[in-house]
Design a protein around this ligand. Structure first.
Ligand code: FES
Ligand SMILES: [Fe+2]
Length: 373
């Protein structure tokens, strides 16, 4: 997953994304027909980078080295002193195209030159179940990015289980979902569809904001939010539209607090009564990861909401620091090669599921073979 359709809302808009582990950069554009295109950012002349900005709007792209010009669809439009190139066939010199498709407004690319499966085939029953999601405030994310000295799985695993809640979140969000009957946050339900999956986390019906959370009590008087990003009024209507999706809380958790969906291998969409957020775990090398987390919130239209959001971001940062606090030490343990395996309990079944499918994908001859039962 490489971006959102809102990031290239108008014709001529473009974004550029690094995929470090593949040593490439992808340009995604919206052309004059409104179609989304993706191509490698490598000039067809002598491989310079063509697009140097991270995002913007442009009618075409001129490479800075010798000014070959490419259209929004990547096709070669102009070559200075073209007569100097004997037999140059411009139609064969476009930027290398990358297959791209969208699902729920997320733009996915497939770097295979001839994709073996479509996005619909890849997402399969998971994609059908979660299609048609209304995603509120999708043009207004709070973005957290961190480069961490660990394998991408070390971070992804941490966001695939709630077992750690009692140990690392007791002073922040632990009380929201841990109860006497469920002190270790066992999932209410887990569902598996091909390599993708989701888990339902139930909440603590007796939760109230502790006395010590004085500022949070002050800013949350419109209703206690489990994630902090429920702001009442108009924004609640937006969230209610999202919550109307039939797949949410299919197992009837009461109260329902979180739907943790994982799109294989490195993309999570989390849904909660307060809104939604996403995680992406980008491998940079076997022992380095760029973690990108986006938390979508309403545009603040008054001071109170703005203050609540500032508080929310501060609290969120604290929780995220708790979440990633152990991952580099985990990596050091892995690299020591002391342990030949890890113990994974049933509440960590999403991790087991991803590992099972990773093994399948690594050993399969094609994506279609990896997806086969
Ligand atoms: S390398 Fe791009 S125009 Fe020469
Ligand atoms: Fe956590």
């Amino acid at each position: 997953m490489i971006g959102r359709v809102e990031e290239i809302a108008r014709p001529r808009d473009f974004i550029v994304r690094d995929i470090e582990i593949c040593k490439t950069q992808i340009v995604v554009t919206r052309d004059l027909d409104g179609k989304i295109n993706a191509f490698h950012n490598v000039c067809s002349h002598r491989t310079n980078k063509v697009v140097l900005e991270a995002r913007g709007s442009a009618p075409a792209f001129a490479c800075s080295y010798h000014k070959w010009v490419f259209g929004l669809d990547g096709s070669l439009r102009g070559v200075p002193d073209a007569d100097g190139f004997i037999g140059l066939d411009k139609s064969k010199c476009g930027l290398q195209k990358v297959a791209c498709e969208t699902w729920n407004g997320f733009i996915f690319v497939n770097l295979e030159r001839e994709p073996n499966v479509t996005l619909k085939e890849f997402l399969g029953a998971f994609g059908e179940t979660w299609d048609g999601l209304y995603l509120p405030f999708v043009d207004n994310p709070v973005i957290i990015v961190a480069d961490l000295e660990c394998n991408w799985k070390a971070i992804a695993d941490g966001f695939s289980e709630a077992y750690h809640g009692a140990a690392i979140h007791p002073n922040t969000i632990g009380g929201v979902f841990l109860t006497k009957d469920n002190p270790f946050g066992r999932p209410h339900d887990m569902q598996f569809r091909g390599p993708h999956h989701w888990a339902v986390i139930s909440g603590n019906p007796d939760y109230t904001l502790p006395e010590a959370f004085q500022i949070e009590r002050l800013v949350s008087s419109g209703g206690i939010s489990t994630t902090g990003n429920s702001f009442g009024g108009e924004s609640q209507n937006e969230i209610d539209r999202m919550l109307a999706h039939p797949a949410i809380n299919g197992s009837g958790a009461n109260p329902w607090i979180n739907e943790l969906t994982g799109i294989f291998p490195n993309f999570h969409i989390d849904l909660s009564p307060g809104g939604f957020w996403t995680h992406q775990f980008w491998p940079v090398s076997p022992s380095r990861t760029r973690w990108e987390s986006k938390w979508y919130i309403a545009n603040a239209t008054d001071l109170r909401t703005r203050f609540q959001q500032e508080h929310y971001v501060a609290k969120l940062s604290e929780i995220m620091l708790e979440d990633v606090g152990n991952v580099e030490r985990v990596q050091q343990g892995i690299e020591s090669r002391v342990k030949p395996f890890m113990e994974l309990g049933d509440p960590e079944a999403l991790i087991r599921h991803t590992l099972f499918h990773l093994d399948k994908w690594i050993n399969a001859a094609s994506a279609a073979e990896a997806l086969a039962d």
